[in-house]
Design a protein around this ligand. Structure first.
Ligand SMILES: NC(=O)CC[C@H](N)C(=O)O
Length: 377
């Protein structure tokens, strides 16, 4: 037996899934039909209770290859109909066992369609799941004591404490790698992996990295990763110092929101966010539409129809979500039109998700190589 109580009092009764106990977080829904391991281990889900809209989860079990970090980060997990048997050649254990082993409290057997519609209509909100409490009113009282996602400063809780290097691969004999300082605000493993495959030596730095820490790496480019929490709480002085020096910059998700803030734009909380692997985005620099992976609850507030002059150059919205016109990418150009820095709100590392946006890693290489105009080809 388990109960899920939303902060507005709506209650769902289901079965224990994963660990016994009680947990709280922001209830959000993910529309991915696949990729549950990548979702669970994405540090950007820290303090969120993830509701899967796909009804049947766990059928390929848990393998050792797909996690995006060293642990499960979601605060709780909500599934309609867990697979009773895992079947896949890579599967090592069941998802239920893995959730239990990592102490992650979940609930199954509830009407996830009704819950998703509720969140879509009323917005993402705090919730609690309990396998020990039988009184929804008592659980609700504790839910209402939990911190809101708005105003939450969480990157420091998920970032690496120590810097480390992911070595470049696929270099020709004698070829020098590009060196990138990648600030870890909750980085997913696939991001440095895709850079390394393209011949980048990735120096992953803690979220507290100063401009001196960044410069000490001798970077050809700087990257700010995805991460949990409210971008309005993050310090953007290091990023502004990077832009001031004209060092090529690429950001993903939180790294897009911080780029926006560094350029002088605001950020705001979306009603229920974008989470899934099937979101259409237009690259306005090429007119091409791509299907992309998303996980964001906040967005940048920038004008879609005109460039904005900033102390670092001219900033424009490069990508937009075709479902709701939310800003999905930014770019910064100098007065002569040369690309200097760019970022996207979605996930070109595509773990999980379609690979449509992998070209952005090549665009970063073009930027570092000084052939950024090729970026518009
Ligand atoms: N995946 C991310 O980087 C998420 C960024 C931010 N925490 C948001 O919810 O919008």
């Amino acid at each position: 037996m388990a109960i899920l109580v939303l902060e507005d009092g709506r209650t769902f009764h289901g079965e224990t899934y994963g660990a016994e106990g009680e947990t709280y977080g922001e209830a959000v829904f993910n529309t991915g039909m696949t990729g549950y391991q990548e979702t669970l281990t994405d540090p950007s889900y820290h303090r969120q209770v993830v509701v899967m809209t796909a009804p049947h989860i766990g059928n390929t079990g848990v393998n050792d290859e797909d996690p995006e970090s060293t642990r499960i980060w979601v605060a709780g997990y909500v599934v309609r109909d867990p697979a009773r048997r895992a079947s896949n050649w890579r599967s090592r254990r069941s998802l239920d066992d893995e959730l239990r082993a990592q102490g992650v409290v979940g609930i199954s057997g509830i009407d996830t369609r009704a819950l998703t519609r509720h969140l879509r209509d009323r917005g993402a909100m705090r919730c609690g799941i309990s396998t020990t409490e039988t009184d929804p009113e008592a659980l609700l009282a504790r839910v209402l004591e939990q911190p809101q996602m708005k105003g939450a400063d969480l990157a420091g809780e998920v970032s690496t404490k120590d810097a480390y290097v992911v070595p470049a691969q696929n270099l020709a004999p004698g070829e020098k790698p590009f060196v990138v300082a990648a600030v870890d605000l909750g980085i997913k493993g696939m991001t440095p992996a895709l850079m390394a495959q393209r011949g980048i030596e990735v120096h992953v730095l803690p979220s507290t990295a100063s401009i001196d820490d960044v410069l000490a790496v001798g970077p050809d480019g700087v990257f700010f990763s995805n991460g949990p929490g409210d971008p309005a709480t993050a310090d953007v002085t290091t990023l502004q110092a990077v832009l001031e020096r004209g060092i090529p910059y690429f950001g993903i998700c939180f790294g897009n929101q911080l780029f926006g803030r560094a350029l002088g734009f605001g950020t705001y909380k979306l009603t229920y966010g974008h989470r899934g692997i099937n979101q259409p985005v237009m690259d306005r620099t090429t007119g091409k539409v791509e299907v992309t992976a998303h996980n964001h609850g906040f967005a940048v507030d920038a004008p879609l129809d005109k460039a904005s002059e900033t102390p670092y150059g001219s900033a424009t919205v490069s990508h937009v979500c075709l479902n709701d016109d939310v800003v999905e990418g930014l770019e910064l150009r100098s007065a002569d039109g040369t690309l200097k820095a760019f970022s996207v709100q979605y996930h070109p590392e595509a773990a999980a998700g379609p690979h449509d946006a992998a070209y952005l890693f090549d665009r970063f290489i073009d930027l570092m190589a000084g052939s950024a105009e090729g970026a518009n080809a």
